[in-house]
Design a protein around this ligand. Structure first.
Ligand code: AGP
Length: 606
């Protein structure tokens, strides 16, 4: 999943192009490249490394231009080398192409083009596109017609764009599955993989749908369907977010900023209209079976909801990882499938939703990015309102999703008489108290967490343990440690230990255990029993719990005591603690926190 952008303007666009591709860097940062139009033709500047490095190495900004495209790469096909860096050009250098997605039939297309004498320089799937454009242009001398012939041959997913010296004032782009938008400014027109490509310049966006292409010039743009070739009238979508919220705001990393934004994130999630929650509850109640889907962090969010719906609504909603959904897929026209996604563009979750729709199921999605593919695909989109989440590591978005799913479970519990009005109001009050509690914990405990994380920065193996609803919190917390600190970490239900994993316990395996408030007696005692099992084998345990009496039991190697809170919010506070722990471990290990290696913010390929 790469980031693509382009700009054409009445004035020099070099700086806004640089800004745009920099803002998209969280989509992939293996290598970067630009194609700039000037009087003599197309200038290509590209190399391995992040946007800033490549712009310096290639001295890109010494070139002024009124039209250009840029790409930042997350490698899927071909090593991370200069040759495999976008843009790619045709043999006669008249076409330059950038692409996000996967051309699944690239091998056959390449073989055919090579037989016709085209020379390839890369191992990527994308490079077939400029050669196809060149092939058809030789036949038609018509850029748009060449583009249509090329699109007819491409299989797979793409958001792609090209410039050509045959029409030096236009940018062409097209979409199938991978996200693509236009940014409509007065003096400059943009293309981008998402809003961040042009949010500093214009709030007017045009969202491109599948099988559509657009032609941009400094005076305007047209959008057509590349199957019917008919013009499509597209509305302007106004972007709510302001560019400041997508800046670091004085924090060293977006991850820390977004962790500290969580009190406001919870307030925003609690302010999502009640009627949206009621719509979700209605769809769940009407369905014969309701399923939750997500992947990575959002799968763990759905697993968390699986427990919450059981305890608060007395209803079992299975959570299925969207990359496995199609294989399992117990859905039909009586089903409701609720997806969870920060970006709203994740390929696996989109495929799960499309599969469910093909079976006649009703669909819903809790998403953070307005206008995203998922928000436009499902019957019931819920915008979670967490603001831009730039760090690849999801923190605040996950918490907001858990809040919204908890509100939905509470309402369902009330409607199906599993929960009394009194119980419902109490839980809502607890949720509303969460922002202040998180603020307090972040301010009062972060020093301690920093010290512990730093002192254990060289620990190679962590076991994250929890019972019941604390198990998905353990899974999500282990994922944070893996993806930001690159440290091996495994999330596991406490009860699982004695069925095998306990054999692994020795001085090299460190455990973090999420202990519920002791008002949850069964879970509390069961969890402490697991702590004893580990301690009996001299294993290290960091216990995270809520009251002094637990401390007196002298069970832990080290412990973090949190202020006593209501059970419905206790797991969420512990998750925030674990986010900080992973963050401080990563900074102690000098990791690239906001752009961890080999990852990207939204995974738009299968
Ligand atoms: C989380 O920190 C990861 N970036 C990843 O697991 C992510 O949650 C997953 O790719 C789903 O992304 P989405 O929420 O945008 O759909």
């Amino acid at each position: 999943m790469c980031g693509i952008t382009g700009a054409v303007g009445l004035k020099d666009i070099s700086n806004v192009l640089f800004e745009g591709i920099t803002n998209l860097e969280y989509r992939g940062y293996d290598s970067c490249g630009v194609a700039l139009m000037n009087r003599t033709g197309i200038i290509i500047k590209k190399n391995v490394g992040g946007v800033k490095d490549v712009y310096q190495k290639e001295n890109v900004l010494r070139h002024s231009t009124k039209l250009g495209i840029a790409h930042t790469r997350w490698a899927t096909h071909g090593q991370v080398t200069r040759d495999n860096t976008h843009p790619f050009v045709s043999c006669d250098k008249s076409f330059a192409v950038i692409h996000n997605g996967i051309i699944s039939n690239h091998s056959e297309l390449k073989a055919g083009l090579q037989r016709e004498g085209h020379q390839f320089v890369s191992a990527t799937d994308t490079e077939v596109i400029p050669h196809l454009l060149e092939k058809f242009y030789r036949k038609t001398s018509d850029v748009e017609a060449s583009f249509m012939e090329t699109l007819k041959l491409l299989e797979g997913t793409f958001a792609l764009a090209f410039i050509t010296r045959h029409e030096p004032d236009q940018i062409y782009c097209a979409k199938r599955e991978s996200p693509l938008l236009l940014g409509i400014g007065d003096e400059v027109k943009f293309i981008g993989s998402d809003f961040n490509a042009f949010i500093d310049q214009t709030k007017n966006a045009v969202i491109i749908d599948d099988e559509e292409y657009a032609i941009l010039s400094r005076n305007g743009y047209t959008v057509k369907n590349f199957v019917t070739r008919e013009e499509v009238d597209k509305p302007i979508t106004r972007i709510e977010w302001d560019s400041e919220t997508s800046k670091k705001g004085g924090y060293p990393h977006y991850m820390l900023k977004e962790i500290y934004e969580q009190p406001q994130t919870v307030i925003n999630a609690m302010e999502v209209e009640e009627k949206s929650i009621d719509r979700l509850v209605g769809l769940i109640q009407k369905s014969k079976s309701a399923h939750l889907v997500g992947v990575g962090t959002t799968y763990y969010v759905t697993l968390y909801a699986n427990y919450i719906f059981s305890s608060l609504a007395g209803q079992y909603l299975p959570a299925i990882s969207s990359d496995e959904f199609v294989s399992l897929s117990p859905v039909d026209k009586h089903s409701f499938v609720l997806a969870v996604s920060q970006s709203g563009e994740t390929y696996d979750t989109l495929s799960a939703l499309k599969h469910a729709r093909s079976r006649g199921a009703k669909t819903g999605a809790i998403v953070n990015v307005m206008g995203s593919s998922m928000a436009r695909l499902v019957d019931c989109p819920i915008l979670q309102g967490s603001g831009p989440e730039i760090c690849v590591i999801s923190t605040k978005a996950a918490l907001a999703q858990m809040i919204l799913l908890t509100r939905t479970a509470l309402k369902l519990g009330l409607k199906n008489n599993h929960l009394s009005r009194k119980g419902y109001n109490e839980h809502i009050r607890s949720l509303k108290s969460l922002p202040e509690i998180i603020e307090g914990v972040l301010n009062e405990r972060s020093g301690f967490i920093h010290r512990i994380a730093h002192s254990h920065r060289n620990v190679k193996n962590w076991l994250y343990l929890g019972r019941g609803v604390y198990y998905p919190v353990a899974l999500e917390s282990a994922l944070k440690m893996k993806e930001v600190a690159y440290v091996h970490a495994e999330g596991m239900p406490c009860g699982f230990l004695k069925h095998g994993t306990l054999a692994m316990i020795d001085s090299d395996i460190y455990s973090i255990v999420f202990i519920p408030p002791n008002s949850e007696k069964v879970l509390y005692e069961g969890t402490l029993a697991s702590v004893s099992e580990i301690r009996a084998r001299s294993g290290y345990v960091l216990g995270i719990h809520f009251d002094e009496r637990t401390r007196d039991k002298n069970l832990f190697s080290e412990e973090l005591i949190l202020p006593p809170v209501a059970p419905v919010i206790a797991p969420l506070i512990q998750m925030v603690i674990a986010q900080l722990f992973a963050y401080f471990t990563a900074t102690s290990l000098k990791r690239n926190v906001d752009k961890p290696r080999s990852l990207a913010k939204s995974v738009t390929v299968g």
